[in-house]
Each structure stands twice: as C-alpha cells, then as structure tokens.
Design a protein around this ligand. Structure first.
Ligand code: G
Ligand code: G
Ligand code: MN
Ligand code: NA
Length: 256
C-alpha cells in the first residue's frame, strides 16, 4: 500500500492523534500547549511527522486530518476544563492548504462553539508561507478569527520570506522564533546578536515573542536575558500524550 493510501486509512481509523507540548513563561509556569499531530498505527511503529505532514499537505489530506485533529483538541480542552485542569491556550498548526479554503475560519469558530469553547481557548500557528497566498483572502479570515478572540502566531519565524511591512497588515499576536536561531546562540556571538534582533523586532511590533527548541538551562537563561516572553522545548517537555500532559500539569500545580 502506498504511504498516501495508508495515511488516508489512518485518518479514517483515527490513528492520527494530538500530543501536546507545553509552553512556559519566564518562571517556568505553563501558559499554553501546542498540539502536534502523531501517527500511531495500531500495532506498528509511530510514523514521524516529518514523513506524513508534508505528504498530507501535498495530497490535500491535511484538510480532513486537520478537521479531525481540531475536533479532538476541542474535546480535550473541554474535558480538561470540566476537570479543573488549567492548560492555557491550545495552539494548533494550520497549513496554507487549510487556509486556502475560504470557509476555514468560520468552520473553526463553529467547532469551538459546538464544544462550548471561546476564541480565547485557541491559538493558530501559521508559517510565513501563508502570506505568499492571496493576501486579502487570508487577511479576511485572520481578522474574523481575531475578532472572535483566537490568537495568531507566526511559526518558524525568521526562516521564511515575509517582510515586516507585510506582517504589519495582519492581526498577529505572537512570533515563534525558529529553533535554528536558538541552537548556536549560547556559543556564537553572531547568532546571539541575530536572536536579540529578532526578539527586539517582535517587541517593536508589540508582539509576544516565543522561542522554540529550548534544550538547555544556558539557552533558557540567555533567552530570559534577551527578554523573550515564552519558551518551549525539551528542557521543559517534549510533546506529551493527553494522559501524560494531565500528569505533568497536576505535578506542576502541586509543586512537585
Ligand atoms: O513534532 P514535530 O516533529 O512534532 O512536528 C514536525 C512538523 O510537523 C512541525 O513543523 C509541525 O509544525 C508540523 N505539524 C505537526 N502537527 C501538525 C498539524 O496538526 N498540522 C500541521 N499543518 N502541521 C503539523
Ligand atoms: O514547526 P513546529 O514548531 O510546529 O514544530 C515543532 C517541532 O519541533 C516538533 O517536531 C517538535 O517535536 C520539535 N521540538 C520541540 N521542542 C524541541 C526541542 O527542544 N529540540 C528539538 N530539536 N526539537 C524540538
Ligand atoms: Mn508549531
Ligand atoms: Na518550528
């Protein structure tokens, strides 16, 4: 069976699930989580996202997969709320293939409403490639989401081709600086200056600045000195299955 057919079956059979990677503030307190797709075939080995996410985008399967994940995420948020677990905003990655559907924003808001949730429960992460598309159509959807309280973050920031003047015309709330800028920053003066510049740009645009790929205490310390606002990476946690996330949050709230 071709991987594409396997993926189609996996979506149908519910083998694609969401895991959640925490995001923390300067004190290490969880302020939100990012939902990341995981393909867990029954009885088989997990398929890495780097293999199936690009394939899902090329084949358009990202649309039914994204719908399914959004529903699952909304169900989970609702369950956590009912149990008094505080996860903060939940971010979902949205590809430009999904954004091309003019009904995307409306469908997302409907899904929130069906689960008794509000815009402020959710954030979407977009890569800069989205802005190479029909800008007016994308902007209209983003403003609709912003009006409803959904936050919008630019993912992998610094690796794409968007200009600051372009980004200014969209209702963006946060920049997620790509982890490639964090990797060398502790050892290389040049990388550190670049990282500092990206953080300053974000703040000049009145945006929240998030660093991804934080793996060491030294990186965390440096990023705090550079006034980064939110941090994500293996130093704090990898992406966790829902049960693991619940245990993680419970341990944090009891100070363990
Ligand atoms: O987890 P990591 O290996 O977990 O993810 C690899 C890549 O796949 C990242 O670039 C991430 O943004 C992307 N990705 C993970 N989950 C989703 C998803 O649900 N939708 C989209 N569009 N991309 C995702
Ligand atoms: O592109 P996006 O930021 O959505 O992708 C998140 C990806 O980064 C996922 O593959 C996730 O598993 C991975 N990731 C998260 N934290 C770290 C980290 O600290 N180090 C590395 N190398 N990868 C990370
Ligand atoms: Mn992301
Ligand atoms: Na990234």
């Amino acid at each position: 069976l071709l991987l594409e057919d396997q993926l189609r079956n996996a979506i149908r059979d519910g083998e694609i699930v969401a895991h959640y990677q925490p995001k923390v503030d300067r004190d290490g307190i969880v302020v939100g989580v990012e939902a990341l797709a995981r393909w867990l075939p029954s009885g088989g080995e997990a398929v890495p996202p780097a293999r199936f996410v690009p394939l899902a985008e090329e084949t358009g399967l990202i649309v039914p997969m994204g719908d399914m994940l959004l529903r699952e995420v909304c169900r989970s948020i609702r369950g956590w709320r009912q149990r008094g677990l505080h996860v903060g905003r939940v971010a979902v990655n949205i590809s430009m293939v999904q954004m091309r559907d003019a009904g995307f924003a409306e469908a997302l808001l409907e899904c929130l409403a069906e689960h008794d949730l509000k815009g402020h429960d959710l954030e979407i992460e977009l890569t800069e490639s989205v802005f190479a598309e029909d800008r007016n159509a994308i902007a209209a959807q983003l403003f609709r989401l912003q009006d409803a309280g959904v936050h919008i973050a630019i993912d992998d920031f610094g690796t794409g081709f968007s200009s600051m003047s372009l980004l200014r015309h969209f209702p963006i709330h946060a920049l997620k600086i790509d982890r490639s800028f964090v990797i060398d920053a502790v050892s290389s003066e040049e990388s550190r200056l670049l990282l500092h510049g990206l953080i300053e740009i974000g703040h000049a645009m009145k945006l929240e600045v998030v660093s991804e790929g934080v793996e060491s205490g030294a990186q965390f310390q440096l990023l705090r000195e550079l006034r980064c606002d939110v941090f994500q990476g293996y130093l704090f946690s990898k992406a966790l299955a829902p049960r693991e996330l619940e245990a993680f949050l419970e341990a944090q709230s009891t100070g363990l």
